[in-house]
Design a protein. Structure first.
Length: 196
């Protein structure tokens, strides 16, 4: 969902190896663009939860996205209609929680338009450079036991702030991957440098 909305491939600028797998198990997640509506960003973060029980089911996702889609259609219709009182009544109704998605999307669309117009033609046509060891096909990883997946201590601030470190105490917990202290420090430094 994040890749589709942000139009950015996750982890495209780093090697897809056992170090990335360990970082993900330790709570590292892709960065959510600031122009993604907050309700969608919250849903994405919920889908990334390390505990399967905390993630929404397919049915829950379908119901929520359908509800938002209906709300967006109703908001567009109400906004386009000549009778603006109906739209105000609709916003004040118990559905106001769901009308929030429409206003957030409109706001984010404006931000996106400004970003697009501010980019030079060169930037618009620039291809994304992918790390040579970023592999987007299924493959077996070279170790048997990954650390137990965990969420970042504060996933939402981790996504939007650069001061949160995902690895406070880098320790190799992969039994088949022997990491020296130098390699662990390198992973830690890479993590600090890649968080935006």
């Amino acid at each position: 969902m994040n890749e589709f909305i942000s139009e950015e491939i996750p982890y495209n600028d780093i090697s897809h190896d056992e170090f990335l797998a360990v970082k993900i198990c330790k709570g590292q997640r892709p960065i959510i663009s600031k122009d993604v509506p907050k309700l969608l960003a919250d849903l994405i973060i919920k889908c990334w939860d390390a505990e399967i029980e905390n993630r929404p089911t397919t049915k829950e996702l379908y119901q929520l996205l359908t509800k938002w889609n209906d709300e967006i259609k109703n908001s567009k219709y109400s906004e386009d209609s000549e009778d603006s009182e109906d739209y105000e009544d609709y916003e004040d109704s118990e559905n106001s929680q769901y009308s929030e998605i429409y206003s957030q999307i409109k706001e984010c669309d404006e931000i996106g338009k400004k970003k697009f117009h501010n980019r030079s033609n060169e930037d618009r046509s620039k291809n994304i450079q992918t790390h040579p060891q970023a592999i987007y096909t299924s493959r077996l990883l070279n170790f048997k036991n990954l650390p137990k997946p965990v969420n970042s201590s504060d996933l939402s601030s981790f996504q939007f702030n650069s001061d949160t470190n995902s690895l406070e105490n880098p320790i190799s917990e992969c039994l088949d991957v022997q990491l020296s202290e130098l390699e662990l420090n390198e992973i830690y430094q890479d993590g600090e440098n890649n968080i935006e």
